[in-house]
Design a protein around this ligand. Structure first.
Ligand code: 5AD
Ligand code: FES
Length: 350
């Protein structure tokens, strides 16, 4: 007899859709068998598309300066004790060279919204990476920019762009951000990036203040309709000195369940097991993979700046050399039966 309690998981998988009551149920259930089944079904779907492979992305954190004041972020402009740094062109290119030797075929240039990295500078850097590494994907994660800027960076050789939508509920968005940031503009940026031809990643924090099952439901429906190539989710982790410093951290369990649900809704999506997940649990990233994720993003930033890219407190991997992170990741993935591969790891369309 089919266990009636596992019907929800099978329905979500078959329909590639979820209802609000189903979501409420899957996030609330304390039936361990059912949760195991959710993870197993999601893992099976990921394996059917991408096999027993985990894709690596080398993360280069190019600037800790940010003009924004997001209430949750340790690098917000009001954070007076944040250490601000910018990598030079040479430091960025050296990080890529090191990454290439270590087997990375995707470089992610991530930073706060920093006017120093204007279009001229970014086009120069992206162009240089593109010429040196024709077989690599270049991913940018530099926040909101103009359509013209996104186009110029694409023309210079960038292939992918990560811009978390943060929440698909406008009222929730307004409680996480100051009034000079606009929900509509963020959504518009995502549309623009897709229209230009980027592989686009959206995403949100799990357990951010004021998040409800209803706002998560909107996030999932947004993912279903927008069909991003990537989705980045990780638990909210309070950052000292921010307005949300005293708020509770997000749940690892809920993050894992949501990873699985996203995999079932969108089988082809590239889904990282994030550093935030690894920060809240010693084998959080491994558990993320076992729940349906298929990407990890080891840190390639120069060691001397690592600890200063402090989006949240107690971030892992801040004291490790790039090679150590690379090897550690490979070892961790192998321990759960997955190979980290020397490939770009592009989105596989259906
Ligand atoms: N905890 C977890 N994730 C955070 N981010 C920003 N601040 C935090 C925090 N305190 C996430 C946001 C942002 C990404 C770069 O990091 O979702 O888009
Ligand atoms: Fe960075 Fe393990 S992945 S030290």
């Amino acid at each position: 007899m089919t266990n009636y309690r596992h019907q929800t998981v099978m329905q979500v998988r078959a329909n590639r859709d979820i209802t609000l009551p189903q979501l409420q149920h899957l996030l609330a259930t304390d039936n361990e068998d059912e949760v195991k089944e959710l993870f197993a079904q999601a893992r099976e779907v990921a394996d059917s598309v991408y096999g027993k492979k985990v894709f690596l992305r080398g993360l280069i954190e190019i600037s800790s300066h940010c003009k924004n004041d997001c209430l949750y972020c340790g690098l917000r402009r009001s954070q007076t004790d944040a250490v601000r740094y910018r990598l030079t062109d040479k430091e960025i290119l050296d990080s890529c060279a090191k990454g290439y030797r270590l087997g990375f075929r995707t470089f992610v240039l991530q930073g706060g919204e920093d006017a120093w990295f204007d279009d001229t500078r970014m086009v120069r850097i992206v162009g240089e990476i593109r010429r040196n590494y024709t077989d690599c994907a270049i991913t940018l994660s530099l926040g909101e920019r103009s359509a013209e800027s996104y186009q110029r960076l694409f023309d210079a050789g960038a292939n992918r762009y990560l811009l978390r939508h943060e929440t698909a509920d406008a009222a929730h968005y307004a409680r996480l951000h100051p009034s000079d940031m606009s929900f509509n503009n963020r959504m518009q940026c995502l549309e623009t990036l897709k229209r230009i031809g980027y592989q686009v990643g959206c995403g949100f924090m799990v357990g951010s203040p004021f998040q409800t099952v209803e706002t998560i439901y909107k996030d999932l429906q947004f993912i279903r309709t927008f069909q991003p190539h990537m989705v980045g989710i990780g638990p909210f982790i309070p950052a000292h000195g921010t307005p949300f410093a005293g708020e509770p951290q997000g749940s690892v369990e809920t993050t894992l369940r949501l990873l699985s649900i996203i995999r079932l809704l969108h089988p082809h999506v590239l889904l990282p097991a994030t550093t935030a997940l690894g920060t809240l649990h010693p084998i959080g990233r491994e558990r993320g993979i076992m729940a349906g994720a298929n990407v990890v993003m080891p840190n390639l930033s120069p060691l001397e700046h690592r600890k200063d890219y402090a989006i949240y407190d107690n971030k892992i991997c801040t004291g490790d050399e790039a090679a150590e992170c690379r090897n550690c990741t490979e070892y961790r993935m192998r321990a759960i039966g997955y190979e980290t591969v020397v490939e770009r790891g592009d989105y596989k369309s259906a």
